[in-house]
Ligand binder design. Structure first.
Ligand code: ZN
Length: 154
């Protein structure tokens, strides 16, 4: 990670941790919900979605955890609101690759936009699970697997 990306990483994570978007927000007519935890860190969240006409109309999350997990959830919901479920699935796959594949080319991940900063966790392997947890919960909510998802059960 170069210096400017590192600075951006710290700035964005701090900002979204201090002032999480869509946090403790319950979407009106929420019709998709899932919960999940990362026992290694103590991150535990619920995600609620209002899906209408195949699109995420509104979204919110609650729970608690470390700065990385909270910032990741905040950034995630900010970027998936208004997107179609197909677009969100595509984004989930891109983020997953971006966070876990060390060979992933940062330049080729332009579609990630601001989410790119999450790739900063690759330098801290323990933190990857914190960053990816909200995305697994989102995926479970969309697929209506009415189960608790955990980073330790995959
Ligand atoms: Zn964490």
């Amino acid at each position: 990670m170069n210096d400017s990306l590192r600075e951006l990483y710290e700035e964005v994570i701090l900002d979204h941790n201090r002032n999480p978007r869509n946090y403790n927000h319950t979407p009106e007519n929420a019709n998709h919900t899932a919960h999940g935890d990362n026992p290694l860190c103590g991150d535990r969240y619920s995600v609620k979605l209002t899906v209408k006409d195949g699109r995420i109309d509104d979204a919110g999350f609650e729970g608690s955890g470390c700065a990385i997990s909270k910032a990741s959830a905040s950034l995630m919901l900010e970027s998936v609101k208004g997107k179609s479920l197909e677009e969100v699935e595509h984004l989930f796959n891109s983020v997953h690759r971006h966070l876990t594949d060390h060979k992933a080319n940062e330049e080729s991940d332009d579609e990630l936009g601001k989410l790119k900063v999450l790739g900063g966790v690759k330098e801290f392997p323990m933190r990857v699970k914190c960053a990816i947890l909200p995305w697994h919960i989102l995926n479970a909510a969309i697929n209506e697997t009415d189960q608790m998802v955990s980073t330790e059960q995959q």
